[in-house]
Design a protein around this ligand. Structure first.
Ligand SMILES: Cc1cc2nc3c(=O)[nH]c(=O)nc-3n(C[C@H](O)[C@H](O)[C@H](O)COP(=O)(O)OP(=O)(O)OC[C@H]3O[C@@H](n4cnc5c(N)ncnc54)[C@H](O)[C@@H]3O)c2cc1C
Length: 452
């Protein structure tokens, strides 16, 4: 059985493969020359043979290469004109070494698949918050996952990776090559190679306890001030994330105005300890809070709960800010009244800032503020496509004067190519470019979206 398949523009099945380069049901009108779907299996060197064939074809035709794992790029990074797009979603699976506390994972493994594979093994990992996000792009971009305050950004737990370089060599990149290792941990769509497997450090599995509270978004300033107080006093083992939803959100059928949800998620070894971590929430609860959930959970359940239904258009935009919840929430809440789809939302979280240990510095990814603000447009295809496409970017622009940087995993570079350098301050972008020139001297891998 062939370990890869190739579809050229104009061939039957091409358009489906082209659209499939993104997880969004609405995609830009961009057309790769060829889409190569790489299969899995040990016989194919876990996909290396298919990747090599795609790279050789690109070289013969003088084309650049893009890569798709889970397809959640906020910039539709795999979908470009006249490239060879390599779809590695079939390179999935999680192999746990329970003695070493490590795992080898395929880049096409989704958050939900990884969470389920680890659940009950005694080990865990900060996978992405939504079910279908691919570990490939998530780990390369940085990875703001569960229990961020203790487990850190997911890329900090990447020990190394098996990578096919532009010349077809399969190499193992790790801390022995510090510059390439840093790029592997944060360069996102600027990484110059195809990762066929990640080697991960795992974390001891924890008990999870949650409080999910809902308020009318009109109370954004007051609830934001409460969240700022909590963020200052609560243990880093409690993730504190606030969500804004539009008036007609199916998540809040009882409200006919925008909603503000506060999710406090505590991680500890036993139920009593998780309850104790949440005491500052329970003891200071603002009046009128609607308690949506107060009880135990686990990572697979949380990943499934936070996921919008399939078949929606998806566009994201993100910015860091050094301000507090109370300062940014009212302006963000105001954008909710103009939101054209009931499925869209804005997430505001301090979890990547409030850390039990300082973040690693040998990563291209850096948290650049006290809060991350990420807006997601999710909408039914054909329902005001243009308005919905624009909304996520407009929502984050509402606090544009207070941005302190961006996360390349959630920044829409097609809309804001001028913000690329703000993902990698302090010479970070130049260091990635140096790695690109060294590992890919012919420039076979497409540049960051918006910088072609
Ligand atoms: C609904 C949604 C929820 C999200 N939730 C989170 C979250 O909780 N936390 C968070 O940090 N981010 C989140 N993100 C952002 C997400 O992590 C990034 O968009 C990430 O790039 C998605 O990875 P992917 O594999 O699904 O995407 P893809 O589109 O497949 O990959 C993005 C780009 O990464 C590079 N890449 C991917 N795989 C490989 C590979 N194997 N080898 C080489 N290069 C590769 C390619 O340049 C590719 O075009 C979310 C995005 C969406 C749309």
């Amino acid at each position: 059985m062939s370990m890869w398949s190739t579809l050229r523009r104009g061939e039957p099945g091409y358009d489906e493969a082209r659209r499939g380069l993104s997880a969004s049901a609405v995609v830009p009108d961009l057309h790769p020359r060829t889409v190569v779907r790489v299969g899995a299996g040990r016989e194919g060197g876990q996909g290396a043979e298919g990747v090599r064939a795609a790279l050789a074809a690109a070289e013969r035709e003088g084309l650049r290469v893009t890569v798709r794992s889970g397809g959640h790029s906020a910039s539709f990074a795999a979908l470009r004109n006249d490239v060879v797009a390599i779809d590695v979603r079939a390179l999935d699976g999680v192999e746990v070494d329970p003695v070493a506390g490590t795992a080898v994972v395929g880049p096409g493994t989704t958050s939900l698949a990884a969470a389920r594979a680890l659940h009950g093994t005694g080990w865990s990992f900060p996978v992405g918050h939504r079910a279908t996000v691919g570990l490939g792009g998530f780990l390369l971009a940085g990875g703001n996952g569960w229990n961020h305050g203790v487990w850190g950004s997911a890329c900090e737990s990447v020990l190394g990776a098996d990578v096919v370089l532009a010349d077809g060599r399969l190499v193992h990149l790790d801390a022995a090559d510090p510059a390439a290792y840093a790029a592997l941990r944060g360069a996102g769509p600027g990484f110059p190679g195809v990762v066929t497997a990640f080697h991960l450090r795992l974390w001891p599995e924890q008990r999870v306890q949650r409080r999910i509270l809902s308020f009318p978004a009109a109370r954004a300033a007051e609830v934001g001030a409460w969240a700022d107080h909590l963020a200052a006093v609560i243990d880093p083992a409690v993730e504190l994330t606030l969500f804004l939803a539009p008036p007609d959100s199916p998540m809040h059928p009882d409200l006919d105005e925008p909603a503000l949800t506060v999710a406090a998620t505590a991680y500890a070894d036993d139920p009593a300890a998780t309850e104790a971590l949440l005491a500052p929430v329970d003891e200071t609860l603002p009046p009128g809070a609607v308690v949506v959930l107060a009880g135990p959970s686990d990572i697979p359940t949380m990943v499934e709960t936070e996921t919008a239904p399939p078949g929606l258009g998806v566009v994201a935009q993100q910015a860091w800010t050094t301000e507090g919840y109370a300062a940014v929430l009212p302006d963000l809440a105001a954008t909710m009244t103009r939101c054209p789809s009931p499925w869209s939302s804005i997430l505001v979280s301090s979890s990547s800032y409030r850390r039990a240990a300082p973040p690693a510095t040998d990563t291209a990814y850096l948290p650049l503020g006290t809060l991350t603000v990420a807006a997601y447009s999710n909408w039914r295809p054909g329902d005001r496509d243009e308005d919905n496409r624009r909304w996520a970017g407009d929502a984050v622009e509402a606090i544009g004067s207070r941005w302190s940087g961006h996360y390349v995993g959630e920044l829409d570079l097609l809309r804001r190519p001028d913000r690329l350098a703000a993902c990698f301050p302090g010479g970070g972008l130049a260091r990635i470019d140096e790695v690109r020139r060294r590992l890919d001297p012919a420039g076979r891998f497409a540049d960051f979206p918006g910088r072609c």
